[in-house]
Design a protein around this ligand. Sequence first.
Ligand code: F0G
Length: 451
Amino acid sequence: MNDNLHQLRCFGCGARIAGADAQPDFRCAQCGDLFEVDYPGWLQRRGPDRPNPGALKWLWRERRMSSEALDQSGVWRFRELLPILNSFGNAVTLREGNTPLYHLPRAAKALGIDQLYAKHQGMNPTASFKDTGMTSALSVARERGFEWVACASTGNTSAAMAAYAARAGLRSLVLIPEGKIAWGKLSQAMDYGAVTCQLKTDFDGCLKVLTEIVRTSPIYLLNSVNPYRLEGQKTPAFEIAEAFDWNVPDHIIVPGGNLGNSSALGKGFREMHELGLVARMPRISVVQAEGANPLVRSFAASNGASIEPLEANTRATAIRIGNPASWRKAARVINDTHGWCIDVTEAEIAIAKAELGSEGLGCEPASAVTLAGLKKLRAKTLIAPSDVVVLVLTGHTLKDADYTIDFHRGTFLSEEEAAGHEKEIAALRRNAVVVDATPDAVLAAMEDARA
Ligand code: F0G
């Protein structure tokens, strides 16, 4: 049976092509913009290919009891809404998705809002949200018979790609900016057997080199310019809606780097809305680091109509990106849902990360921009106390342990960066102290911590 119902539609000029006809760099031959996966059959109201919302909700819930690998995946459990493979039997899965939605009562109380949640995408097999998009796009690579897959990465994409390629028996090539990715992520790419090249450039430079390589060599590009990545990455939107019994929250807050994730979540909510699975769209806001904020600047200058690439700098290395590929898609999501696009400082990120840690969750710095951003939006009273808010935490705290340890040791922020935040930082810091190997010394350390 052919499960495949999709076409690719250019986000810029609207040109439609068959999936197999995409250029290796996934740019439109007419206008150079990116493609989006489209399912024309869904538009025909009474057509045989239009999904039935009631039946799907029931089926997806039933699959949670199934012992089939595909049903146990939080991506392929929703496969009716991502019919991108000729056969779902070609799917490569590590049982990604089905990540927890945690209540954040302490942060909610501090912010004066009733309901605050964290959708923790760091609880995926390679510990970041990238797994949801990698299972979908890498499955396409396998189905189309590629031997090699490749990506440029700030670390998480490469970790995910290397793992899924290894599962599928494919070879993988990783290009990363030298010295600018967290060790946890680099170690994953090595462990999963990728050919890992550290280039003396930034993420944007790595992507440029890789784009040239795929134009001449038969290598399948797995960056989020690949529209099949976004198909998997839209499924957390389905999980969020399902968790709220198909009543969507008021507000979703996402970090912004290359801007694939915000684009994908927006697509997921939009498709659910169009198909009648949910009655409305949530507001979707994107938060960037102050030193890597091209989309924030774009909104300030032109409401997201054009973008000026910049040289990015932030210690939230995952989002150290100055020329985001999916900016146009993300800008549409923000505009369509009346979301906001804001940035936060290095100190605000570090503090928010420690606050999430102190609630027992933890995440990587790039994920903590969501809480830092929420604090800003709340301070401006752009969020009402009754709003239901979901933060998307994109990566696990162990991805970047150096960052966490430096913060708690007090060696992370310069005096200038910490200025105005000294009290908050002091209340959050928990350094590991060296004490004598005696009960008295340990008890004294506990006493000190209480003071
Ligand atoms: N959070 C984490 C932990 C990430 O790794 C990334 C992106 C983002 C947020 C931003 O998501 O790019 O979809 O806007 N990491 C990419 C990588 C670029 O190579 O791992 P985005």
